[in-house]
Write a protein that binds this ligand. Structure first.
Ligand code: NI
Length: 225
C-alpha cells in the first residue's frame, strides 16, 4: 500500500529543518547505496554521523511516535534513523529497489526494510521534476507532496526519482521494520482499524468492541515484535 501521511512536521518544524540543512555539509549520496544502486544514484546526502542529521532525525522520530495514522499504517517495530538528501542541477536516482536489511551505522542493530518513507522538506513549487515514482500493483505512482508530508510505500517496490531541473529538492528518507512483514496483512489490519474508527464515530460503539477483538487477534497471530 502506498500512503501519504499529511503534516508529519508542522510549518515551524519544516522551517527549522530547512535552516539547519541549509548550513549543513553535504556529501555524495552514494555513501549509503548498495553496489548496484550506486550506479543509479546521483544526489547529495547529509553524513549519517553529523549532528544535524542526528538532531533532525530525533525531531522526526518524536513526530512519528505521535502520529496515529503512521502508527496504524506502518505498525512499526523499528525505524531506521532518518537520513537526508538533496537533489539539484539535474540530479536524479534511477530505478532501484532498496536493500532488504540495513545496519544502523555504529550499532549492532539491523532493520529489515518493510516500508520505505520519504518526508518532503521542500514545497512542490520550489523545484521542477524530483517526483518519486513508485511502481505499485496499480502502475507507476508519481509522488510530490507539500513540505512536512510523507509518503510510505512497500520497500519491495521498484522506484526512482526524476531529475530536478530547477531549484532543489530536500527530503528525509528512512525505512521501517514493521511488526507485520507482509504488505497485504498490514493493509488488511489498517483497513480494519479505519473501519472500527468509523463504527465508533457513528455511535455504534458496542459493535466496535468485538471488531476490536478481531483486530487484536489478527495482530497477535501475525505480528513479530
Ligand atoms: Ni530507494
Amino acid at each position: 500500500m502506498l500512503m501519504a501521511i499529511p503534516d508529519v512536521l508542522d510549518a515551524q518544524q519544516v522551517k527549522h529543518a530547512r535552516s539547519v540543512l541549509d548550513k549543513a555539509e553535504w556529501v555524495d549520496g552514494r555513501v549509503t547505496a548498495g553496489r548496484q544502486s550506486a550506479l543509479a544514484k546521483d544526489n547529495l546526502q547529509l553524513s549519517e554521523s553529523s549532528a544535524a542529521a542526528h538532531d533532525l532525525g530525533e525531531m522526526i522520530l518524536a513526530a512519528l511516535e505521535q502520529n496515529a495514522l503512521f502508527i496504524s499504517a506502518a505498525l512499526p517495530s523499528r525505524v531506521f534513523p532518518p537520513l537526508f538528501n538533496r537533489y539539484a542541477g539535474g540530479q536524479s536516482f534511477g530505478t532501484h529497489v532498496d536493500n532488504a536489511i540495513r545496519q544502523v551505522t555504529g550499532t549492532p542493530h539491523r532493520v529489515r526494510t518493510d516500508l520505505s518513507a520519504t518526508l518532503f522538506l521542500s514545497d512542490p513549487d520550489e523545484y521542477d521534476g524530483g517526483e518519486l515514482v513508485v511502481e505499485d500493483v496499480y502502475g507507476a505512482q508519481r509522488v510530490k507532496l507539500p513540505a512536512g508530508h510523507m509518503i510510505l510505500y512497500p520497500s519491495t517496490s521498484l522506484h526512482h526519482v526524476t531529475p530536478v531541473t530547477r531549484g532543489a529538492r530536500v527530503a528525509s528518507f528512512f525505512w521501517v521494520q514493521s511488526m507485520i512483514r507482509e504488505d497485504s496483512e498490514r493493509t488488511l489490519l489498517f483497513d480494519l482499524d479505519m473501519a472500527i474508527q468509523q463504527v465508533q464515530s457513528s455511535g455504534a460503539g458496542h459493535v466496535a468492541v468485538p471488531l476490536t477483538g478481531v483486530y487484536h487477534n489478527l495482530l497477535r497471530r501475525w505480528a513479530d515484535v
